[in-house]
Ligand binder design. Structure first.
Ligand code: IPE
Ligand code: IPE
Ligand code: MG
Length: 251
C-alpha cells in the first residue's frame, strides 16, 4: 500500500487543523435512513480526510468525534456510536500505522467500556513511534473539561510544592492541555456556526471555516477549500497590516 504521508510540497499549510465533524444525522435523514447510517458514512469520511490531510503535509489533525454533551442523545444512538467507534479503531489501526500516523484519543476515556478503553490503548501503543502526522480523536471531550483538568493538575502540583504558583503562565496551561497546540484552522461542517465546547483555549487565534457540507460528504476538495480560505486570511494577532508587511520585508 502506498504510504500517503507528508509530500509537504504546498506552501502556507496550516500546521494544526481541527474539525467539528457535524451533519451525519441530517445526511441520513435526508435519505430516509436511520441516523446511524450517517455515522457509518461519517467514519468513511474520517478515513478519507485523515489521508488527505497527511498527504497535504498537515502536522496535527484533531477531529471531534463525540462530545461530553453527546451522552444526552437517545441511548440507542449512543450505543451505536460506541460500537462504531470500537469497530473503526480496530479496522483502521493497521492502516494508520502503515501510513506513519501517530494516533491519540483525547477526552475522558474513563467513561468508556473496558473493551473500548483497551482498544484505545492498543491503537495508541501501535502508533506511538510514528513520526508522520499526529491524529487526535476527541472522544468524550469538552473544551471546559480540558481546562478544568489542567486547573486540577496545577492546583495539585502547587499544593504538593512541585510547582511555584506564581510561575504559571499561558504557556504552562497550554502545555498541560490534552491537545497542547494552538489551532491554526478550525473547520465546522454541517452549517452550524458555533464551537459546541470543542478546543476552547486552543482556538483563541484560529481561522474558522464554516462549511455547509454535511460530514459524510466531506472530502479532499472541501478540505482544500478550507485551506484556501486559511491562506486568504491575514493573521494579525492583534497587530495592524502595516506591521506584518514590515515584518515580512525584514525576514
Ligand atoms: C456529528 O453529526 C456526529 C456526532 C456528534 C457524534 P450529528 O449526529 O450531530 O449530525 P446532525 O447534526 O444531527 O445532522
Ligand atoms: C458537535 O456536534 C460535536 C461533534 C461533532 C462530536 P453536535 O451536533 O453535538 O453539536 P450541537 O449540539 O449541535 O451544538
Ligand atoms: Mg450535530
Amino acid at each position: 500500500m502506498q504510504n500517503v504521508i507528508n509530500n509537504g510540497g504546498e506552501a502556507n499549510i496550516p500546521r494544526h487543523v481541527a474539525i467539528i465533524m457535524d451533519g451525519n444525522g441530517r445526511w441520513a435523514e435526508a435519505q430516509g435512513k436511520p441516523r446511524i447510517f450517517g455515522h457509518r458514512n461519517g467514519a468513511e469520511a474520517v478515513r478519507r480526510t485523515v489521508e488527505a490531510a497527511a498527504q497535504r503535509g498537515i502536522k496535527f489533525l484533531t477531529l471531534f468525534a463525540f462530545s461530553s454533551e453527546n451522552w444526552k442523545r437517545p441511548k440507542i444512538e449512543v450505543a451505536a456510536l460506541m460500537r462504531l467507534f470500537s469497530e473503526t479503531l480496530k479496522k483502521e489501526a493497521p492502516r494508520l500505522k502503515e501510513n506513519n500516523i501517530k494516533t491519540v484519543i483525547v477526552g475522558d476515556t474513563s467513561r468508556f467500556s473496558e473493551t473500548l478503553q483497551r482498544e484505545i490503548d492498543e491503537i495508541q501503543a501501535l502508533t506511538v513511534d510514528c513520526t508522520g502526522m499526529e491524529l487526535r480523536i476527541a472522544a468524550n471531550y469538552g473544551g471546559r473539561w480540558d481546562i478544568a483538568m489542567v486547573t486540577k493538575a496545577l492546583a495539585l502540583k502547587s499544593a504538593m510544592g512541585l510547582i511555584d504558583p506564581s510561575s504559571i503562565d499561558e504557556e504552562t496551561i497550554t502545555s498541560y492541555l490534552s491537545v497542547p497546540e494552538n489551532v491554526d484552522l478550525l473547520i465546522r461542517t454541517g452549517g452550524e456556526k458555533r464551537i459546541s465546547n470543542f478546543l476552547l483555549w486552543q482556538v483563541a487565534y484560529a481561522e474558522i471555516y464554516f462549511s455547509d457540507v454535511l460530514w459524510p460528504d466531506f472530502d479532499d476538495a472541501e478540505l482544500a477549500k478550507g485551506i484556501d480560505f486559511f491562506r486568504s486570511r491575514e493573521r494579525r494577532f492583534g497587530m495592524i497590516s502595516e506591521q506584518l508587511r514590515d515584518k515580512d520585508n525584514a525576514d
